[in-house]
Design a protein around this ligand. Structure first.
Ligand SMILES: *Cc1c(COP(=O)(O)O)cnc(C)c1O
Length: 466
C-alpha cells in the first residue's frame, strides 16, 4: 500500500527540536519533556493524515504553539477555587461545604508535620485516630460510640457489611434511594454482601410489613432518610421509635442512614425541620450514619454513631482500614465539631450554616453591593437587575425546601440562546470562575453564598463581555 504523500512532508522530531521555534519551549520545559510531547503530537498527526491524505501539516511555529499550550495545560493545576453562585448551597459538583478558618488552620498545622494521629502521648503507645473526634461527637449526638470513615457512602457500606453480611436487610420500597453519582441503596447492599428484603409499597409501608418480614435470615432493619426526593399524598412510613422497638424485640440491629444528618434544629434558622442525629438516636436507633460535608458543614467524611458494641464491630471490620480518613480530615472535623459546642456562634463561624441562615434582607444588601460593578461592566451588552429568587440546600437535604433569596439577573441584549451560553461561559473563564445558573432566558447569580464581594467586583472591572 502506498503511503499518503503528506506523510513524507512531516518534519522529524530532531528537526523540530533544533528549530528556533522550539528554543523557548525547551528552555521552559526541558529537552526530554518537549521531545516526548513532539513525538506524541507527530504520531497523532500521522494517524490523521492516514485517514485523510489532504490533512494539512502545520508550520513549525504553529506546531511549537500547540506543543507549548499542551505542556502549559499539564502544568496548570486543574483544581481551582470557584465562586458558587448557583443558588445550591451544598453543591456536590462544586465541592460541597466550605470549611471555617479554624479548620483550615488545623489542616495546615496537622499536614505540615507529624502528629499524634494514632499515638497516645500520655502512655507512649499506639492510639486510635477516631479518639480525636469520638468524645466530641458522643457529647454532641448522645451516642455511646462513634467512628469516622471516608464519606457517608462508605459508612453505609461498612455498616451493612458488618451487621448483615450474608443476611437479609429489611427496608421499605419507598426508601431504595439513588443519590446522584450512582450511589444506589440496592447496589450498595449487594456489594456489601447483604440481600435486600424490600417491604411495603412505594408510597406506604407499615410496621406489620417489617414484623412479617423478620425471620432467622434477617441481619438488619434499615431506614434511609429519603433525602433527595419526597413522596407526597397517600403515604405512610414507620417511625424510628417503632422500628427501634421491633428491632429490639427481634434481636437485630436497627440502622438509619440520615444522609445529610444535622446536629442542630434547622428551624432555628427558618428552615424546615430535618430530623437531628440526636433525635434519631434518642428514638432508640442503634446506629446512624451521616455525611461530614453536607449540613454538618465539615470535611468530606462519613460518621457512624450509636451503640458501643456495634461501633466496636465496625471498627474491627478489615474494611475500616480501607475506608479510614486521613489526618487532615480528622483535624478539620474536630474543629468544626468544636464550633457546635457554641451553637449561638454557628451563623457567624460556620460557612454552611451562615449561608443557609442568611436572611433575605442581608442577601438583598449583598446584591446591592455588587450590582453597580455588574451594571458598569455590562455597559450596553446586557441588562442587569436584582430579582427575588429561590436557593436550595442541595446534596439531598430538604429537597423541597426553597429558601427565599436574591439574585443578580443578567440578560444579554441578543436573545439567542447561544449568546446566553457564551455569557455563562465567559464568567466561567474568569481568573476565579463564577458559576451561576440559567433560568428563564437569563443568567442568575444567587448571592446567598457570596462572601467575596471585593474579588467579584475586581474581576468585573477587568471582564471582557462577550
Ligand atoms: C448523600 C447521601 C449518601 C452518600 O453520602 P456521601 O457523603 O455523599 O458519600 C448516602 N445516603 C443518603 C441518604 C444521602 O443523602
Amino acid at each position: 500500500m502506498s503511503q499518503p504523500n503528506q506523510l513524507k512532508l512531516i518534519p522529524s522530531v530532531d528537526k523540530l527540536l533544533s528549530s528556533a521555534a522550539f528554543r523557548n519551549t525547551i528552555e521552559v520545559y526541558g529537552h526530554t519533556r518537549t521531545s516526548q510531547s513532539i513525538r506524541e503530537y507527530l504520531s497523532s498527526l500521522r494517524s490523521q493524515i492516514r485517514e485523510n491524505d489532504g490533512h494539512p501539516i502545520p508550520a513549525m511555529e504553529d506546531i511549537a504553539v500547540i506543543i507549548t499550550t499542551s505542556l502549559d495545560a499539564i502544568d496548570t493545576s486543574s483544581l481551582r477555587p470557584v465562586l458558587n453562585l448557583t443558588g445550591t448551597v451544598l453543591h456536590t459538583n462544586l465541592g460541597r461545604a466550605a470549611l471555617p478558618s479554624s479548620a483550615l488552620d488545623a489542616v495546615i498545622r496537622t499536614a505540615s508535620g507529624n502528629t499524634n494521629l494514632e499515638f497516645d502521648l500520655s502512655e507512649g503507645k499506639r492510639g486510635d485516630r477516631d479518639d480525636h473526634v469520638e468524645k466530641l461527637l458522643c457529647e454532641l449526638t448522645g451516642a455511646e460510640a462513634v467512628t469516622v470513615v471516608n464519606n457517608n457512602a462508605a459508612a453505609v457500606l461498612i455498616c451493612l457489611n458488618t451487621f448483615a453480611f450474608g443476611k437479609e436487610v429489611c427496608i421499605s420500597r419507598g426508601e431504595l434511594v439513588e443519590i446522584g453519582g450512582s450511589f444506589r441503596i440496592p447496589e450498595v447492599m449487594e456489594k456489601s454482601g447483604c440481600s435486600l428484603r424490600e417491604l411495603g409499597a412505594t408510597n406506604r409501608t407499615h410496621l406489620k410489613d417489617y414484623a412479617n418480614a423478620v425471620n432467622e435470615h434477617t441481619g438488619l432493619l434499615m431506614k434511609v432518610h429519603t433525602s433527595n426526593y419526597e413522596i407526597r399524598g397517600f403515604t405512610q412510613e414507620v417511625s424510628y421509635e417503632a422500628l427501634a422497638r421491633l428491632a429490639k424485640e427481634s434481636d437485630v440491629p436497627f440502622l438509619a442512614d440520615l444522609g445529610s444528618g444535622t446536629l442542630v434544629n434547622l428551624e432555628h434558622y427558618g428552615l424546615e425541620h430535618e430530623p437531628t442525629v440526636q433525635e434519631v438516636l434518642k428514638a432508640g436507633t442503634d446506629v446512624v450514619t451521616f455525611s461530614g460535608d453536607k449540613l454538618l458543614g465539615g470535611p468530606q467524611s462519613g460518621i457512624i454513631a450509636g451503640r458501643k458494641d456495634l461501633i466496636e464491630q465496625v471498627k474491627n471490620n478489615p474494611l475500616k482500614r480501607a475506608l479510614r480518613v486521613d489526618k487532615m480530615t480528622i483535624a478539620a472535623l474536630s474543629e468544626v465539631l468544636k464550633l457546635y459546642k457554641h451553637p449561638e456562634s454557628l451563623t457567624r463561624e460556620l460557612p454552611t450554616i451562615r449561608h443557609l441562615a442568611r436572611r433575605p434582607e442581608e442577601i438583598r444588601s449583598i446584591s446591592e453591593t455588587v450590582l453597580p460593578a455588574f451594571t458598569e461592566s455590562a455597559g450596553d451588552k446586557a441588562t442587569v437587575s436584582i430579582i427575588p429568587s429561590a436557593s436550595q440546600i442541595g446534596s439531598g437535604a430538604l429537597p423541597l425546601d426553597q429558601l427565599p433569596s436574591f439574585s443578580i439577573q443578567i440578560k444579554p441584549i441578543s436573545e439567542r440562546d447561544s449568546a446566553l451560553q457564551q455569557l455563562a461561559r465567559s464568567f466561567r473563564d474568569m481568573p476565579v470562575p463564577v458559576v451561576g445558573r440559567l433560568q428563564d432566558g437569563a443568567l442568575l447569580f444567587d448571592v446567598r453564598t457570596l462572601d467575596e464581594c471585593a474579588l467579584l467586583i475586581d474581576q468585573l472591572e477587568h471582564f471582557a463581555w462577550p
